[in-house]
Design a protein around this ligand. Structure first.
Ligand code: PLP
Length: 392
């Protein structure tokens, strides 16, 4: 028997991390104590109130029935209340949809609007799902928008050819570059989308992982955004509920309806008890300020960031301190896979930038998802590997 993959699956780019993953497996099999700064899977637990709510809700026998496909009304109300408190925007429950993680929503929305051959604007480097799960697997054609350091890792929208473009992705605070944007850029993006009749999918998964007083805006704060935009949020990064698979999208009603139509044929919404737990977690916001447990988590990430960035600077790298996300994007001034493979030989795993798109080449991404002591140990190992002189 020979079952051939569909063309859309064959069009997926080769998996660039295969070689690195092989080495990681070998190292682990040899019992090497690997420090993984590669994946964006937070090591911090969900806050106690999430665990308490989960214990309470999971034993409710009614919580195991099917959910409304778009998400329960209580959950959607909780999201709308959160949006009001957090971003001062008015959202109705029809403008909200519950998701099985934002990855699911991001990859399903083009199915509702993108026809075979339509162009989709994808930041490059970026979270690989926009290019692959969202665009290629929905028969769209990804068009790269380079995110360059000299432009603050923002795409140059004036350089984009909007013909044939149906949909675009933007993501700030950004993975992998950790760049943030101010409202001025969001206004420009909304104007661009309105002028060219383009659906704007704004991924705000890291809106709550911010430092030193920085607060990430919502694109829906911009006048006219509700005409063209849908914004994705995730409880994964905000409440460390990665495996619970709960997220939501808010925005233009027609776009939410399209996503709901697709999803109603594919899934039946997140488990009821998880929606109840997430609603309770969202209700911990009393104003636009994050609740204390979130402030504490962000303080932990900020300390780890300071350790790593100060170390990298001390050995001669130019490296900004990110205002948001738990990533440090380092210009390693060399082939990113070779650089990452070299670090791996010292027992430190980072992600080569090329894995996020060709414009990620010469960069590597460090995730701050290990305790500070492990990050300090990683820095020592890197020094032992290179010797400071070579890194200058
Ligand atoms: C930019 C970005 N968006 C979305 C996601 C998906 O998060 P989830 O599906 O857990 O909500 C991630 C996960 O790493 C991400 O980095």
């Amino acid at each position: 028997m020979n079952f051939e993959f569909a063309d859309r699956v064959k069009r997926l780019p080769p998996y660039l991390f295969a070689e690195i993953e092989k080495v990681i497996k070998e190292k682990k099999a040899q019992g090497v104590d690997l420090i993984s700064l590669s994946i964006g899977d937070p090591d911090l637990p969900p806050p106690p109130l999430v665990i308490a709510a989960l214990k309470e809700e999971v034993v409710n026998l009614k919580s195991h029935q099917y959910s409304l496909s778009q998400g329960e009304l209580d959950f959607r109300h909780a999201v709308a209340d959160w949006c009001k408190k957090r971003f001062h925007i008015d959202i109705s429950q029809d403008e909200v949809i519950a998701l099985l993680g934002s990855k699911e929503g991001l990859s399903n929305i083009p199915r509702a609007f993108v026809n075979a051959g339509d162009h989709v604007l994808v930041p490059n480097p970026s979270y690989p799902v926009y290019n692959n799960g969202s665009t290629i697997l929905n028969d769209g054609i990804p068009i790269a928008m380079p995110l360059l350091q000299e432009n603050g890792f923002k795409p140059d929208l004036e350089a984009v050819h909007p013909e044939k473009v149906k949909l675009m992705f933007l993501n700030y605070p950004n993975n992998p570059t950790s760049a943030t944007v101010e409202k001025k850029f969001l206004k420009q993006a909304v104007e661009f989308a309105r002028e060219n009749n383009i659906i704007l999918c704004y991924d705000n998964a890291y809106s709550e992982v911010t430092f030193n007083g920085y607060r990430a805006p919502s694109i829906l704060e911009v006048d006219g955004a509700m005409e063209v935009a849908v914004e994705f949020h995730s409880c994964s990064k905000t409440f460390n509920m990665m495996g619970d698979r709960i997220a939501f999208a808010v925005g233009n009603k027609q776009l939410i309806n399209g996503l709901a139509k697709v999803k109603s044929q594919i899934d039946s919404g997140p488990p009821l008890y998880i929606q109840k737990v997430a609603a309770k977690a969202l209700a911990t916001y009393k104003s636009d300020e994050p609740p204390d447990f979130l402030k504490k988590n962000n303080q932990i990430y900020a300390e780890r960031r300071d350790v790593l960035v100060e170390y990298l600077r001390s050995v001669g790298f130019k490296c900004d301190k990110p205002k948001a996300t738990f990533y440090v994007w380092l210009n390693c001034r060399s082939d990113s896979v070779k650089f990452a493979t070299r670090l791996l030989s010292a027992g430190v795993a980072v992600t080569p930038g090329i894995g996020f798109g060709e414009h990620g080449e010469n960069y590597v991404r460090f995730s701050l998802t290990q305790p500070k002591e492990r990050i300090i140990e990683a820095c020592k190992r890197i020094t032992a590997l290179f010797g400071c002189a070579e890194m200058q």
